[in-house]
Design a protein around this ligand. Sequence first.
Ligand code: CP
Ligand code: NVA
Length: 312
Amino acid sequence: MALRHLISIHDLTAAEVAGLFRLSAEVKAEPAKFHNHLHRKTLGMIFEKSSTRTRVSFEVGMAQMGGHALFLSSRDIQLGRGEPISDTAKVLSRYLDGIMARTFAHQTVTDLAKYGSIPVINGLTDELHPCQSLCDYFTLTEVFGGLDKLRGRKLTYVGDGNNMAHSLMFGASKVGMDVAIASPKGYEVQGKYLELARQDAAAAGTQVIVTNDPREAVAGASAVYTDVWASMGQEQEAQERLRAFQGWTVDSALMAHARPEAVFLHCLPAHRGEEVTAEVADGPQSRIYDEAENRLHIQKAILLWLMGGVEI
Ligand code: CP
Ligand code: NVA
C-alpha cells in the first residue's frame, strides 16, 4: 500500500471513512481477531500537550494488537530543544513504523509527514482533531443503527470554533450529515476550513451552517456537541473566554430544541458548569463514555489501515 497519513478528515474519501467504521466495528466486536496484526510494530507518540484518552487508547490499542507504543514527551526529546522537525522525522522513520503526534502548530504534524517516510497520525493540533471526530461519527452510527441512518441528520456543535469544530465540519459530509456550528461573535471557525468544508458538503449534497444563534442551530439536531471554551494553549485567555461565552452553556433548555432522540456528545475533558451542565453531561441523552471508549476501537482501525496493511 502507498504511504498514507491521517492528518485531516478532509483528506479521506467517504468510502475510506465507511471502511474505517466497518473495521472499527469488527475490531470492537472481535478484538482477538486482530491480536497479532501489529506484531513487533512500534508507534512513536509525540506529545507537546497533555492527554488522557488519546495517549491511553493508542498505547492500549498497540499493545492489544501485538505492537508497542513509545510515549515521547516533547519536553524530553530533542525536538523540544530545537532539533529541526525534518531531522526528527527522518531519524524516527529509521526506527519506528508510525508516528502519532499531538502538537500546538498544525504544521509540525504536516512537516513530520512531509519529511518522514512512515505514516503520521494527527493526535490533535491547534486546528484539527481527526481521530476524535471519526470516533464521534462512528458513535453516531451505533446510536442510530448504521452509517446509512445518518444521511439527512444534523450534528450541531455549540461553542468555540476550534480544532473540534473544524474536524466535525469535515466529518459530517463524509457520513452524509448536515452540520451546524454556533459560536459567539469573534470565536467562529476559521474561514479556510469553512470554505473547504463547504466544498466537500456541496459535492456530498450536505449542508454546513454557521451561526451566532445556538437555539437556531440546535433546532432539529440529532446530536448536540460541545467542547471547552479555552483549549490547550489558550490558558492565558481563559478568563476573557469565560466572559465571552456566558450564555453559551449547553443545558436542558437548549437540548429541548433538538429532536427528541438527540444525543449529547463531548470529546472530553469537560468543564461541567461552563460549556455544559452536569445535568446534560451526566443525563440520559449523554453518550460521552461510549464516545470515549470508541477512541480505542477507531484508533485500532486507523493503525491497522496505516501500519498493518489492512484494506479498508
Ligand atoms: N478527547 C481527547 O482527545 O482527550 P485527551 O486530551 O485526554 O487525549
Ligand atoms: N479543543 C480541546 C480538545 C481537547 C481534546 C483542546 O484542544 O484542548
